[in-house]
Ligand binder design. Structure first.
Ligand code: ZEM
Length: 294
């Protein structure tokens, strides 16, 4: 069969400084809106936008992925799994207007890097050059993103379709330290822990504690025995039920540095799935706003 090739190409006059400038502007707006969403801010939302933009990737035919920024088109736009992400795209739209040379795929993945780094997460290597795809034939169908109701085999199917190992899969799901679930978006409710606007390994620490099924009218989800205040999705709990997933959950719960390193590598890989970069392209590592203060 034929394989899609997505070649990265950077506007000739643009370099690191231009992208750091965009990073800074997004970061400033993220910090201005720290109180949004009842104190969750925009960290979780923008991380999830970058993930869902990328997570449609299918390794076997190189379709989907972040390259084309296709989420503005049906059926991807109206995929139930993407409910609420229009808020993230809307948040970023002013930057698409100000920097017309920046593609949607670059903007949304860069915003994911901003979100992770600005709330204390690891440095994420990032490369530019995605191009907008406006060909409706190339918009991925629904059903590629994971379904939170299912178990470990489903999680492994979805992430291995993208080309991830079990270790990378577990590391990536550690992003559930950030943000929260919204009943009007996914039907799930609440944050995974108390520090949902800080990037930490807390998701793994909590996952290893005791959980029970929450008694409520909504989707099946878990709540912690200790405070009845935090949540886990069935797919999160599945990481404890599968021996090979559990091995990495335990490692990351014990070693935050290891989690940061593995997350950074896996997230960077996620944002670049399916893209062919020039052989000599060097990844950018952006400075946080804090690091640029004198
Ligand atoms: Zn999530 N995720 N995710 N995830 N996710 C939600 C929220 C967030 C799954 C899932 O169904 C859901 C990864 C993997 C998986 C984030 C990041 C990453 C929500 C709640 C659901 C239902 C959405 C809502 O109501 O707003 C499933 C089944 C996953 C794999 C099995 C990976 C990988 C992620 C990043 C690397 C983040 C940050 C959020 C919080 C969003 C927010 O708005 O605060």
């Amino acid at each position: 069969g034929t394989t899609v090739i997505n070649t990265a190409s950077i506007p000739k006059s643009k370099g690191f400084k231009d992208y750091q400038e965009v990073y800074n502007e997004i970061a400033e707006k993220v910090h201005e809106e720290e109180d949004a969403d009842d104190g969750a801010g925009r960290y979780g939302l923008l991380t999830r936008l970058a993930w869902h933009n990328s997570g449609t990737y299918k390794k076997s035919d190189n379709t989907g992925g972040s390259y084309g920024g296709t989420m503005i088109y049906k059926p991807e736009e109206t995929d139930g799994e993407n409910a609420g992400l229009s808020i993230g795209r809307e948040f970023l739209s002013e930057f698409k207007e100000k920097y017309p040379w920046l593609s949607r795929g670059d903007l949304w993945t860069l915003a994911g890097v901003v979100a992770v780094q600005e709330c204390g997460g690891p440095k994420i290597k990032w490369r530019p050059g995605r191009e907008d795809i406006d060909d409706q034939q190339r918009v991925p169908e629904n059903g590629r993103l994971p379904n939170a109701h299912l178990g470990a085999p489903h999680v492994r199917d979805v992430f291995s379709r993208m080309g991830f190992t079990d270790q990378e899969t577990v590391a990536l799901i550690g992003a559930h330290a950030l943000g929260k679930c919204h009943t009007d978006r996914s039907g799930y409710d609440g944050p995974w822990g108390p520090s949902f606007n800080m990037f930490t390994n807390d998701f793994f620490v909590r996952l290893l504690q005791n959980w029970h099924i929450r008694k409520w009218d909504g989707n099946k989800q878990y709540e912690d025995d200790e405070s009845n205040s935090f949540m886990m999705l069935p797919t999160d709990m599945a990481l404890k039920e599968d021996g090979n997933f559990l091995k990495y959950v335990k490692q990351y719960a014990e070693d935050q540095d290891l989690f940061f390193e593995d997350f950074a590598n896996a997230f960077s890989k996620l944002l670049e799935l399916g893209i062919t970069f020039p052989k000599d392209s060097k990844p950018f590592m952006f400075k946080t706003l804090e690091e640029q203060e004198d």
